[in-house]
Design a protein around this ligand. Structure first.
Ligand SMILES: [Fe+2]
Ligand SMILES: [Fe+2]
Length: 369
């Protein structure tokens, strides 16, 4: 046995006496003949409320979901593979107090958010799906959210930040807590295994929550959430952390696109229309929480970045997410305040800008927005 397995072989557990073997019996148990089942057709499948066979992958009804799974598997990395040596120097010797304040609070927000995202998809959403090809991508997503959490922890450890303080920050800073509390409220509404999605009101609540997590939490807050760190990266600072965040961003782009597609399919199958008032409320709450967050992390503007730029980009991306769902734009006229952000997400365009391995990892085609 090699050292890796030795580590997991718990020698401290005291040996216990082997249980006595049951008495021999001459009775044989006859297995009941299995009943034959009718074959499944792709058209039997539904996003939710389906009665097909959840253990049977094909025939696919949602072949695009399988493609998402294959695409997600092309973005493999481990946080320990990325060199963070320069980041340690930058953080302790080059960042200004305002930049350190921003950096730490972004990290504190993101790490809490990713755990929440993992719980949402793994505990609240995945079990409600009734087609295995949807669940399989979501299983990968659960792993990716855990990987993201590992990434932040790796950054926090490498930079020697005070863990207890960083991880508690979302609790003690109202502007960070506001975003997390909003997401927790949405999650709690659907975090029940006995949620009856044949009830129209409950189904609407579920769709709204999924829209919040895919379109806002991942599609806007995460998508734009790395921007302040990318602003440092563009000035040659904290490049290891930023590279890690680029990998995460790749995943989040897929999480958002997948989630929005699932909701569109669900609405079509269930003939469901989202209440415009409820959707408007979703955007208004998200905007207010984002404004408070941006004002806190960027109390002082840093070179090339400010709270106004952050909020402007949030609104611009929010309009895009709404259009992807066939909904009206929540912030008409919002302009891109960070025109470089999309290029940052689509790493292939930035081949010469980053001297890292990011582009080498992506072997597939361009991402679907
Ligand atoms: Fe994530
Ligand atoms: Fe995600």
């Amino acid at each position: 046995m090699n050292a890796f397995f030795d580590d997991w072989d718990d020698a401290s557990v005291p040996a216990t006496a082997a249980p006595e073997a049951p008495a021999q019996t001459t009775q044989t148990v006859q297995a009941a003949p299995a009943a034959a089942l009718a074959p499944i057709k792709a058209s039997d499948k539904r996003v939710v409320n389906g009665h097909g066979d959840i253990n049977q992958l094909a025939p696919f009804k949602y072949a695009w979901a399988w493609e998402f799974f294959l695409k997600a598997n092309r973005n493999h990395w481990a946080p320990t593979e990325i060199n963070m040596a320069q980041d340690v120097q930058d953080y302790h010797h080059k960042l200004t107090p305002a930049e350190r304040h921003m950096f730490e609070n972004v990290l504190a927000y993101l790490t809490t958010s990713d755990i929440l995202a993992m719980r949402n998809i793994g505990l609240a959403v995945m079990e409600k799906m009734t087609a295995p090809e949807l669940q399989i991508y979501q299983a990968r997503q659960v792993y990716e959210e855990a990987l993201h959490t590992w990434t932040y922890q790796h950054c926090i450890e490498t930079l020697n930040l005070e863990q207890e303080e960083i991880y508690n920050r979302y609790r003690v800073v109202p502007a960070i807590h506001g975003k997390i509390a909003l997401a927790n409220r949405r999650l709690e509404k659907i975090l029940r295994s006995d949620l009856d999605l044949s009830n129209r009101e409950t189904l609407h609540e579920f769709a709204l929550s999924y829209l919040f997590f895919a379109g806002i939490f991942e599609g806007c807050w995460f998508y734009n959430g790395f921007s302040p760190i990318f602003a440092l990266q563009r000035r040659g600072l904290m490049k290891g952390t930023a590279e890690q965040f680029q990998y995460i961003m790749r995943d989040e782009v897929l999480h958002c696109a997948f989630g929005l597609r699932v909701i569109r399919e669900l609405m079509q199958e269930e003939n469901l229309t989202l209440d415009p008032k409820a959707v408007a409320e979703l955007w208004a709450e998200a905007d207010a929480a984002e404004e408070a967050y941006a004002s806190y992390i960027l109390q002082e503007a840093i070179l090339g970045y400010s709270a106004d730029l952050h909020l402007g980009q949030f609104r611009f991306v929010a309009n895009r997410r709404a259009r992807q769902m066939g909904l009206s734009e929540p912030f008409p006229g919002a302009q891109a305040t960070l025109p470089w952000l999309d290029e940052q997400a689509n790493l292939r365009k930035e081949k010469n800008f980053f001297e890292t391995r990011v582009t080498e990892y992506q072997t597939g085609g361009s991402l679907v927005w």
